[in-house]
Structures are given as structure tokens and as C-alpha cells.
Design a protein around this ligand. Structure first.
Ligand code: S3P
Length: 461
């Protein structure tokens, strides 16, 4: 990890965890109580800094997530000549001096996406439209994740791609240039693929159209119009973008709601621990992100929305969560894309619920920051859970967790936090190795968790 990155992510996870980080969690000694605001939404933070960099004019962004993933995206644009002014030391507010759609400069070195799939896949669309070649790489996890899903469509639009396994593996070199619009039928329900194609479409000649097998998070479609670029969604779900030739910085600042994915860890923890009663403030309520709360409600969880409102083009609300005894559920496959990032913590909930939890048609979980089906199954079974693993999902017979074990988060932020939640209701503590990646999406997780009353700490030394 570079010294620069260490300086940029001055959060407690970072300083404690140069060596991989061991989290010691549970069992809870008291109920969770209080109100907290979790950091800004990761998906929207990526998009905000991308569109602001490509716009004419200066955009102010508030509520930005200063996690390593989003800082990697900001750094890529800085490497291509965009000036970013941080307006506070926490790096949650920034001013981006956009260079316009045609204003990026060829980077002098390799662009590093770190651990971030969203960064590298969306940037593939941006770089495909540039009149220069550029190379992107990432950390050991990202270098194993499939990129064909984005390199295929931009190749069809006219970009040339060099990369391992025929452009499927990082590092990839994108030789951008004149693009032509395509009609793209995506085989995978992925907002990253959709957003890559739409971003490339900004630079293409003609109307780019796209259909996805199931609707996925639509932050790109909602945010582009704030920058003067319309996106149409037909009644049959087809998405259409005719480039206007430029993006324009919005007059008003872009406000980013708190991240529902980060909120889900505390919502599940409060649901599990007896007598808990918490409020999670200003959470993004986009229905394509809140599958987890529908699934948790179907398991008998209780979440009440307060102060409902709208920020930019996105719904927000405070979520009031109280303890409930959970029951298992068969997850409706239609809910899978809307809860794709929250299955690790839902598996934790399932292992402590009465009855069976069954998930299918979720093979995408195997190509996230880790193989989340296998890694969660291993960790929960080590803690005493009864888990059957399938190629596309799991069956978890819930009840209780013994804990009293050491598990490996395998460098996956969401596995580490999900196991910290599970440990709250285990009979004995769980130590979670390789948990430092929490800093990629949720800087300050441990501090906020402790403030709510969770029993979790970084192991000394
Ligand atoms: C994201 C889309 C999802 C999600 C990821 C963020 C995005 O990935 O898992 O954490 O911001 O577009 P897929 O598009 O691969 O499903």
C-alpha cells in the first residue's frame, strides 16, 4: 500500500491494520441504542466524482464516501488532470473542477483501482471514449475478477482492449477513440456493466440502448440528468441515451445520501440483539438498493421509516430498527440484484434465525470481492452454523452460533463486517482475520459500532 494512500485514508481501520487487521467481536454485552449517520453511499460517490470530472464547470459534492474505493476513482481523475479540492479534512466534501468530456489527459502511469470493481468497470466505459491509451490494474482480489463483461461491449463500440485471458483479467489497456453506439443486451444483471455502457455512450456517435436481464441500481440513470444528459427508460425497461455532447456541472451541490449497504450491518445487529432500539439517519431508500430491508422484513424484522424525503434524485429516510426474533425465508430470486451486496449480513442473520433460509440464483456472489458464498459458508460453519452451499446460493438452518473461533474474511470488507454482526449473538467471541478491507467501504465502522453498543474492537498489535 502506498504512503500516499495511507495518508489519504486516515481512518482508524487504516492505522490499525497495515498487516491485514484482526477484528475481535462479540458476544454483545448490552442492547444497541442510539442514532448514527453512516458514511455516504459508495455507488453514488463513484458516479458523482466521475460525472463531475467529465463536466464543464465546477461541481461541489457533499456526503462523499472517503473509503479507499472512492478515493481510487478520485485519484484516477487526478492522474488525468482533474483538479479536486477537498473541502474538509474528513474528505466528505469536495469541489471537482471538471475538464469536460474531451478534456482528460493521458495518465503518465498505470491507473490503480485498488479493490474496487465499480471503479475499474465504470472507468472502462470512460477510458474507451478517450483519444489515448491507458492501463488499469487493481489489487490481488480485483485482478482475479471478470472484466469481459465490460471489455466486450466497449470493444463492440470500437475500443481496442489488451488484457489477460482476452481482456478478461487486469491489468487491461484500453485504446480508446471514436466510438459508435450499440444496442447491448446484457447477460448479467449488473449495474456496473450497464453504467460502463452508458458512460461509453456519452462519447459514442448515435443512440446507445441497453436491456438488462433484471433491473439493477439506477444511480447512473438518475445522476446523468443532473449534469444535463437525459436518459430514457422505456416501459419495457430498455434504457436509451443519446449523447448531448457535453455534461454541465449542476448549479447546486450534489448531496449523497448515507449508504444503505453500510446501514444494513447495524440494522441486522439491532434486530438480532435483545432490547435494541436504534435509528439510522438519512439512508438512501432507492428501491433497487433496499432488497435487504424487504428480505429482513420477510424474516420478521421491524424497520420503520421516519423523516422520508428526497435528496437530488434519490429517496432518503431515517430507519428505526428494534429487536425482533427472526425466522428463515426463501428469498425471491427477483430480489437478488436489489440485495446483492447485503447477502453476507443476511447470511449472518439467517444463522441466528429460527428455521431455514434459502437463497438461489445468486451465482454473482461468487465473483465479488471474494467468493461470498464459499467464504461466508466457511466462516459461519467455523462458528457452528449449519450451512449447505450450492453453486448459486445457500441453505442455512438457523438457531444459534457457538463462536469461540477464528475466521478469515479473506480481505472482503463485507464478510468482515457481517461476521462482526453475527458474533454479537454468538456464545463466545469470534476473531476475524484479514478484516482491514473494511476501510474500502466503511471507514469508521468500528467507532460507530462501538457507539451503538456493539462489542467489537481491533486486536492490539
Ligand atoms: C455496484 C454494482 C454491484 C455491486 C457493487 C456496486 C455499482 O455490482 O455489487 O458493490 O456501484 O454499480 P454488479 O454490477 O457487479 O452487480
Amino acid at each position: 500500500m502506498s504512503g500516499l494512500r495511507n495518508m489519504e485514508t486516515a481512518c482508524e481501520e487504516q492505522s490499525v491494520n497495515a498487516d491485514g487487521g484482526v477484528l475481535v467481536a462479540g458476544p454483545a454485552s448490552r442492547a444497541l441504542k442510539g442514532r448514527v449517520t453512516v458514511p455516504g453511499d459508495k455507488s453514488m460517490s463513484h458516479r458523482a466524482v466521475m460525472l463531475a470530472s467529465l463536466a464543464d464547470g465546477t461541481t461541489e459534492i457533499h456526503g462523499f464516501l472517503p473509503g479507499e474505493d472512492n478515493l481510487a476513482t478520485a485519484r484516477m481523475f487526478m492522474d488525468m488532470g482533474v483538479e479536486i479540492e477537498w473541502l474538509n479534512s474528513e474528505k466528505t466534501s469536495l469541489r471537482v473542477h471538471g475538464v469536460g468530456l474531451r478534456g482528460l489527459k493521458q495518465p503518465s502511469g498505470i491507473l490503480d483501482a485498488g479493490n474496487s470493481g465499480t471503479c475499474v468497470r465504470l472507468m472502462t466505459g470512460v477510458l474507451a471514449g478517450q483519444p489515448f491509451s491507458s492501463t488499469m490494474t487493481g489489487d490481488a482480489s480485483l485482478r482475479q475478477r471478470p472484466m469481459k463483461r465490460v471489455t466486450d461491449p466497449v470493444r463492440r463500440m470500437g475500443a481496442l482492449i489488451d488484457g489477460g485471458d482476452d481482456g478478461n483479467l487486469l491489468p487491461i489497456t484500453v485504446h480508446g477513440g471514436a466510438l459508435k453506439a450499440i444496442h447491448y443486451v446484457s447477460e448479467v444483471a449488473s449495474a456496473q456493466v450497464k453504467s460502463c455502457v452508458l458512460l461509453a455512450g456519452l462519447f459514442a456517435e448515435g443512440e446507445t440502448t441497453l436491456v438488462e436481464p433484471r433491473p439493477t441500481r439506477d444511480h447512473t440513470e438518475r445522476m446523468l440528468p443532473l449534469f444535463g444528459q437525459p436518459v430514457h427508460v422505456d416501459t419495457d425497461g430498455m434504457i436509451r441515451l443519446t449523447p448531448t455532447g457535453k455534461l454541465t456541472a449542476p448549479k447546486d451541490p450534489v448531496y449523497i445520501p448515507a449508504d444503505p449497504s453500510s446501514a444494513s450491518f447495524f440494522a441486522v445487529a439491532a434486530t438480532l440483539v435483545a432490547d435494541s432500539d436504534i435509528v439510522l439517519e438519512r439512508i438512501g431508500m432507492n428501491p433497487l438498493r433496499n432488497g435487504w430491508s424487504r428480505i429482513l422484513a420477510g424474516m420478521n424484522g421491524q424497520m420503520e421509516l421516519q423523516n422520508e424525503g428526497v435528496v437530488g434524485e434519490e429517496a432518503v429516510a431515517d430507519i428505526h430498527v428494534v429487536h425482533r426474533r427472526l425466522t428463515g425465508v426463501q428469498v425471491n430470486p427477483a430480489d437478488v440484484p436489489d440485495a446483492i451486496d447485503e447477502f453476507p449480513v443476511l447470511f449472518a442473520a439467517a444463522s441466528l434465525a429460527d428455521g431455514e433460509f434459502v437463497l438461489s440464483e445468486a451465482e454473482e456472489l461468487r465473483v465479488k470481492e471474494s467468493d461470498r458464498i464459499a467464504v461466508m459458508a466457511r466462516a459461519l460453519m467455523a462458528a457452528g452454523a449449519d450451512v449447505d452451499e450450492y453453486p448459486d446460493g445457500v441453505r442455512i438452518k438457523g438457531g444459534a452460533l457457538n463462536g469461540g473461533c477464528s475466521v478469515d474474511a479473506e480481505g472482503d470488507h463485507r464478510i468482515a463486517m457481517a461476521m462482526a454482526v453475527a458474533a454479537q449473538c454468538a456464545d463466545a467471541a469470534i476473531s476475524i482475520r484479514n478484516a482491514a478491507a473494511i476501510a474500502t467501504s466503511f471507514p469508521g465502522f468500528v467507532v460507530l459500532a462501538q457507539r451503538l453498543g456493539m462489542n467489537v474492537r481491533w486486536q492490539d498489535g
